[in-house]
Write a protein of this length. Structure first.
Length: 93
């Protein structure tokens, strides 16, 4: 996100806390972030980021607690800056 090449960590694009058990740790859901960006992203669903996860992986991964409100469009979009980029995060209502 910020192009830092130090203190790198593997992160889940779709946070583990929003996934069904044992489904978040797939190669397609992983990416590398610096520690600062990983902490800033936290447990957010960033629309631009999860678009990169193939639908056949993403669909079965999301827990019903989050999948239903998203499917029913019961969420709002927020904006967050991480590194030097802006992202849209989904906030379940």
């Amino acid at each position: 996100m910020c192009n830092n090449t130090e203190k790198l960590e593997v992160d889940h694009r779709l946070p583990q806390s929003m996934c069904k058990p044992n489904t978040a740790s797939s190669d397609e859901n992983a990416w590398i972030l610096c520690k600062g960006c990983n902490i800033s992203k936290g447990a957010r669903i960033l629309i631009e980021v999860i678009r990169e996860v193939p639908r056949d992986i993403l669909g079965p991964m999301l827990s019903l607690e989050y999948a239903q409100p998203i499917a029913q469009k019961r969420f709002t979009k927020g904006t967050i800056t991480i590194g030097n980029k802006q992202y849209s995060d989904v906030r379940i209502s």
